[in-house]
Design a protein around this ligand. Structure first.
Ligand code: 3PY
Ligand code: MG
Length: 262
């Protein structure tokens, strides 16, 4: 594979145009392929809360290759080696959880960018077609690789201007559930305290010319409309497991009604 050309996602992020993605919790190349075929511009595989690991990332990257669906990895933390390995096996970028300080944001960007901007190590890997397009990839990676900081704590909200000032951070993605825990209202993702925090974050993104992202779980046209209205452009709709769960329950509901089953 070759991760060289500017992706739909990169163009959308640069122009602050909507970038619609979904989330991969199942670590399934098949599910990822189906979602890529549906036309999402990005898919985020979760390595923070699942057992996916680097081999899972590589398998999914292979499955969706060639469709202009960028694979982003939610890494487990701003870990230099993990970020490097994800990019080398074919991820187009990373979503870094729990970013609260400029130091964490700088570490994440440095891990994702080649010198002099960062400390990413060079190698022959999937991302440069096993070395056959080394020069081409090396010349374009720093401007194409995506780094999104997840803001999911009160400290992250308090430090948002400093975090967004870090060059190489493309934008933020809100973690509403961790945020609710951090504000002392676990699970209440629409609590007034959180709504105020979300507004603070979106306003900061606008000031800094960076994108604001949100995960719309159990998406509806109303929820999507509200997100657009509030200024989010990096939007994650549902997840592989949610879509399968909903579809499976819906067909079983129909079958129960059709056959008068309990
Ligand atoms: C959170 O809500 O904390 C998340 O990380 C969502 O992905
Ligand atoms: Mg979280």
């Amino acid at each position: 594979m070759f991760n060289g050309p500017e992706s739909r996602l990169r163009k959308a992020l640069n122009k602050k145009r909507p970038a619609i993605g979904s989330w991969l919790q199942a670590s399934s190349p098949t599910c990822a392929e189906i979602l890529a075929n549906a036309g999402f511009s990005w898919l985020g595989i979760d390595c923070e809360h699942t057992s996916s690991g680097i081999q899972g990332v590589e398998a999914v990257a292979r499955a969706i290759y060639g469709r202009d669906t960028a694979l982003l990895v939610r890494v487990s933390s701003a870990d230099t080696l993990e970020i490097r390995q994800c990019l080398d096996v074919g991820a187009a970028g990373v979503i870094v959880p729990m970013v609260e300080t400029t130091a964490q944001a700088r570490t994440a960007v440095a891990a994702a960018k080649y010198p002099p901007q960062g400390v990413r190590g060079y190698c022959f890997g999937r991302m440069n077609d096993w070395g056959s397009r080394f020069d081409e990839y090396a010349a374009s990676a720093n401007k194409n690789v995506v780094v999104i900081a997840m803001i999911e704590t009160r400290t992250g909200v308090d430090n948002i201007d400093e975090i967004l000032s870090v060059a190489g951070i493309d934008g933020i993605f809100i973690g509403p559930y961790d945020m609710s825990g951090s504000y002392g209202v676990p699970g209440q993702t629409q609590h007034p305290l959180l709504k105020k925090a979300y507004q603070t974050l979106v306003a900061a993104c606008n000031r800094h010319g960076k994108v604001a992202g949100q995960h719309i779980v159990n998406s509806t046209p109303e929820k999507l409309g509200a997100a657009v209205e509030l200024g989010y452009t990096f939007i994650c709709l549902d997840a592989d497991i949610i879509l399968i769960n909903q579809a499976a329950r819906a067909v079983m509901e129909t079958a129960r009604k059709s056959f008068n089953l309990k």
